[in-house]
Design a protein around this ligand. Structure first.
Ligand SMILES: [Zn+2]
Length: 970
């Protein structure tokens, strides 16, 4: 295939015919889908291709299903990544420049110009756009924009003013993920492995040791009633420090870290953890004294390095206590009183349905955990935690909290500790360690005087939950990740001091960051078409204009006059929005669930009325190359444009989507791409052959194999359509490419016997019909070759706008399917016997079953179908008939022999066979005699076992069964 020629030809044709330029068509159902606009800070590689190709396949499929499909694209310039990239070039970063030269083949003269951020953005913007055209994405390019266009900024101003008016934007201190080395906030794009730092709120509870306070950090303050001891790591360094005027004992690392949380810390003295072992501290709630015990599992970097131990409800604590009791040498080393550990009483302070006695002990026994290093403790902890949180109640011995739900008790205990001055809040990274791209571990910093969007606002959270509850998610299994994110999400810093983008409308010192200016832009594509067409300026796009277009507020005449946008245009803009919104499908990689996609839901729910909330989210996993993650160090990054140039867009698109369903990692290999190339060439060869000889499809002359082929085609239409509806591309491709190919190969093998002109005309007509359908099923995946073949077949319109194949029930022919299956199986069985016996057959004789066997067989199928295969009942029912009674012995032994076989017939096959009733095997096999003779190289005869004239020297005929004729070879 000369892909270059084919691709250019069809790209031009699509452009010329403007088939992807979509305008409202009242009365025609619309389908509006978008995929995250790319950051133009580097070219796209094969890994980027998955989400975009998937979206394009969906767009093309929906278009053929009769929808008015809108698929637009823009470019996200916002933020620091582009600045960072230009800085690295300016600094002469050898690694980066090498990558640009060697992997992305950027001309050496261009590289020095990329020290200007805007030039980088523009260069890669063009590069990505050309690549998207080359790979065949069906985009309406009239709507293109960048996020630093002044008109887009006007739109973002509108968004931010709206949020602020609703009280969702605030200024104040606010925790952010932070790199202490770069002294910068970190988001997902700044970390190794693109991990979003999740910030959690911990409660510090102060235990007293003389004049000092020992703060322990916990997510479960309500368990304070169950504390039996404090853990300290004897090997770690602790400090006595003045923290905001109080005397604290905490780990050295904690003292370092807490400074970032706006605490004033002066270190007075370093001490070893071991110095505190055996000391007693006072529980601030119960005022009881408990011991400080040694624990090597305490990580001084976690929390404060001081840990409260709640053995009844924390499996780690329980196991550590048990382990310590057995370690005499440690007890002696720290001069701990004999019997101390055993004398510790373990109070159970939460009761729940599944647990009696000590819950930790129970789950540890159940999971067969026997030491504190067992990784299963992690699961035990989270299982117990979840169970108790949702189903637990505060138990006896928790005073006024008794009977409360855990979440109520948590809030109340917290209040109590705080009012008494024994508590404080700190923030930690929940999914630590999160590592900055510079190699430093990120921590939490309280950022003063920050602008943030308050995703923690509880009414807003409720709206977002309502929004997610209504939306479809593909695949559904990822829904809990959204619920989880909505749960932990709090404030999100929305502006930075540097980077490209839009300034905060009310505070020009700040630039809105990239995860905040990309949440409702799907609505802007409906405006940008007009901005581009009529050259609308940012001044014309007033707040009132956006209110009118996007919310239907205000008055058309007034807004048209005030903005000097013509009435007709402004009205059209409003109609365009009303027609296309809400968004029908949003596509993205899985990594954007905890940030972008959740923000997208939050913002839509805040700004738009419920009718305009998005309808569906589609998420896909990542891409591996030859089983490995793509990375420079593996040398397996292949730029998308280069791959298209080398292998062709269609084979590449197929390979990207063929190996995995949505959430799985797709594993691409170049050999797979080549395989698709070969398949496409074969398809092309077949159609050229068929076109050349093609005759008319005369229904009266169709044989069983012809009817089989056409019936199989219906199955392929059904399976691929069902799969594509849920974007199960792997399954769809499997049907359209592999299954269909297998069937066509069988059909050709089967039909190319004793071909006369008449037969050839019919076979080619069948093949023509198959390909005409198949090529339309293939079109969303491999648009270029599909167009080429479609045209070759004499179609004037493009396949991109053709109608998706419909299932034709009249062509489903169960008898032909079973008949052809019979021939296939019989041929295989015969060849097997020939191989095993090693005889060269002269004659092959098949004996089909007598009618009474069929009747018994069908009755058995029926009984299994009713799920009541009672042998005695079945026999007595069969034996009621006179013809069965006559041969009772034969019938009984036949039934017994067949019973296991009948049980294993799959449900759909059973149904089909019951519908067909008695299959005329003799007739079917007789039409296939020529074929079987050719395949076996022997004379083939067919008899029914009741034929008196049959040739049956070895008495084989009696072994015949329905669908399994008896075989005799000599
Ligand atoms: Zn860093």
């Amino acid at each position: 295939m000369d892909w270059d020629v084919i691709q250019q030809k069809w790209s031009k044709r699509w452009d010329k015919d403007r088939i992807f330029e979509t305008d409202p068509e009242p009365g025609k159902p619309k389908f509006y889908l978008t995929v995250a606009y790319p950051y133009p800070n580097s070219p796209q590689h094969i890994g980027h291709g998955r989400t975009y190709t998937l979206t394009d396949v969906y767009a093309r499929y929906k278009r053929m299903k009769g929808y008015n499909v809108l698929f637009p694209m823009a470019f996200h310039y916002t933020g620091t990544p582009i600045l960072a990239m230009s800085k690295r070039i300016a600094e002469g970063d050898k690694d980066l420049i090498d990558t640009f030269k060697k992997i992305y083949k950027i001309h050496p003269e261009i590289i020095p110009t990329l020290i200007e951020p805007i030039k980088i953005a523009k260069y890669f913007h063009e590069e990505i756009k050309v690549g998207m055209k080359e790979i065949g994405y069906s985009i309406d390019w009239r709507r293109e924009f960048t996020t630093i266009d002044p008109q887009y900024s006007a739109f973002i101003h509108w968004q931010f003013n709206k949020l602020r008016k609703k009280g969702l934007i605030m200024r104040g201190s606010h925790p952010v993920g932070w790199c202490p080395k770069d002294r910068n906030p970190v988001g997902q794009h700044d970390t190794l492995g693109d991990v979003e730092p999740e910030i959690g709120e911990y409660t510090l509870i102060m235990f007293k040791l003389e004049k000092y306070r020992l703060p322990t950090a916990t997510l479960r303050p309500e368990t304070l009633f169950g504390v039996t001891n404090i853990w300290i790591n004897p090997e770690a360094i602790y400090v006595k420090a003045n923290v905001d005027g109080e005397s604290w004992i905490i780990s050295q690392e904690a003292a370092e870290k807490l400074q970032y949380l706006s605490m004033k810390i002066t270190i007075e003295k370093e001490v070893k953890g071991s110095d505190f072992i055996g000391e007693e501290v006072e529980n601030p709630l119960s005022k009881t004294k408990i011991s400080i015990l040694p624990a090597s599992f305490v990580d001084p970097r976690n929390g404060t390095g001081v840990v409260m131990s709640v053995p009844a409800h924390a499996p780690y604590d329980y196991q550590a206590l048990k382990d310590l009791g057995k370690r005499q040498e440690i007890l002696q080393k720290y001069k701990l009183r004999e019997g101390l550990i055993n004398s510790i009483k373990i109070p159970v302070i939460i009761t729940s349905v599944e647990y009696s006695g000590i819950p930790s002990e129970q789950i540890i026994n159940k999971m067969k955990i026997d030491n504190q290093n067992d990784p299963k403790l992690e699961d035990a902890t989270s299982d117990l935690y979840k169970h108790e949180f949702h189903l637990g109640k505060m138990a006896e011995g928790t005073g006024k909290y008794k009977g409360m739900s855990i979440s109520d008790a948590r809030d109340k205990v917290k209040d109590h500790i705080f009012t008494a001055g024994n508590g404080k809040v700190i923030y930690e990274i929940l999914n630590r360690p999160v590592i900055c791209r510079c190699g430093t571990e990120c921590l939490v910093k309280i950022f003063e005087e920050q602008w943030f969007i308050n995703y923690g606002e509880s009414k807003w959270k409720d709206l977002a939950r309502k929004c997610i509850d209504k939306i479809d998610i593909l695949p559904e299994e990822i829904r809990p990740e959204f619920d989880y994110t909505i749960g932990w999400l709090k404030r999100k810093a929305c502006a930075r001091e540097s980077g490209l983008g839009t300034k905060l409308p009310w505070d020009k010192e700040w630039i809105i960051e990239s995860l905040s200016d990309s949440v409702i832009y799907m609505s802007y594509y409906l405006i940008s078409k007009y901005v581009n067409k009529y050259n609308l300026s940012k001044d014309q796009l007033t707040e009132n204009v956006f209110d009118y277009i996007l919310l239907g507020e205000g008055n058309l005449e007034d807004e048209a006059r005030n903005s000097s946008i013509g009435i007709k245009i402004l009205q059209e803009m409003r109609e365009e929005f009303e027609y296309f919104y809400p968004l029908d499908s949003r596509h993205s990689g899985r990594d954007l669930v905890p940030n972008h996609l959740t923000f997208f839901l939050f913002n839509h729910s805040a700004i738009f009325p419920e009718v305009n909330w998005p309808r569906q989210i589609v998420i896909n996993g990542s891409v591996l190359m030859d089983g490995k993650k793509m990375s420079k160090s593996f040398g397996n990054i292949i730029p998308l444009r280069e791959a298209v140039k080398t292998y062709g867009a269609d084979p590449l698109r197929l390979a990207i989507l063929a190996t995995a369903e949505l959430l799985q990692d797709a594993d691409i290999s170049l050999s797979l791409v080549k395989t698709f190339n070969e398949r496409i060439e074969r398809l092309y060869g077949t159609i050229v052959w068929a076109l050349d000889k093609r005759g008319a499809l005369d229904k009266r002359e169709l044989r069983v194999e012809d009817r089989w082929m056409l019936s199989r085609l219906q199955m392929i239409i059904k399976q691929s359509t069902d799969a594509l509806e849920k974007l199960r591309c792997r399954e769809a491709i499997h049907n359209i490419i592999y299954i269909a190919d297998q069937d066509v190969q069988w059909y050709l093998r089967r039909s190319k016997v004793n071909l006369d002109k008449n037969r050839t005309a019919i076979i080619t007509a069948v093949i023509y019909e198959v390909i005409q359908t198949r090529i339309r099923l293939l079109a969303p995946f491999a648009p270029f070759i599909s167009e080429e073949i479609w045209e070759l077949m004499g179609n004037r319109e493009t396949i991109s706008t053709a109608v998706w194949p419909k299932l034709e029930n009249s062509k489903i022919d169960l008898e032909a399917e079973e008949g052809e299956e019979l021939i296939k199986n019989l041929l295989e069985d015969t060849l097997k016997i020939v191989r095993v016996t090693n005889i060269k057959p002269r004659k092959v004789i098949y004996y089909t079953s007598s009618e009474w066997k069929w009747k018994v067989y069908l009755e058995m199928l029926q009984s299994v179908d009713q799920d009541s295969l009672d042998m005695r009942l079945l026999m007595s029912s069969i034996m009621q008939k006179e013809e069965m009674k006559r041969r009772a012995k034969q019938v009984s032994s036949f039934t017994k022999k067949l019973i296991e076989e009948v049980r294993t017939v799959p449900l759909d096959m059973r149904k089909r066979r019951l519908k067909i009733k008695i299959l005329n095997e003799s007739d079917i096999l007789k039409t296939a005699t020529d074929f079987l003779e050719k395949e076996l190289g022997a004379e083939v005869s067919i008899y029914n076992e009741t034929d008196s004239y049959k040739y049956d020297p070895r008495d084989k005929a009696v072994y015949s069964k329905p669908y399994r004729p008896a075989i005799f070879i000599e």
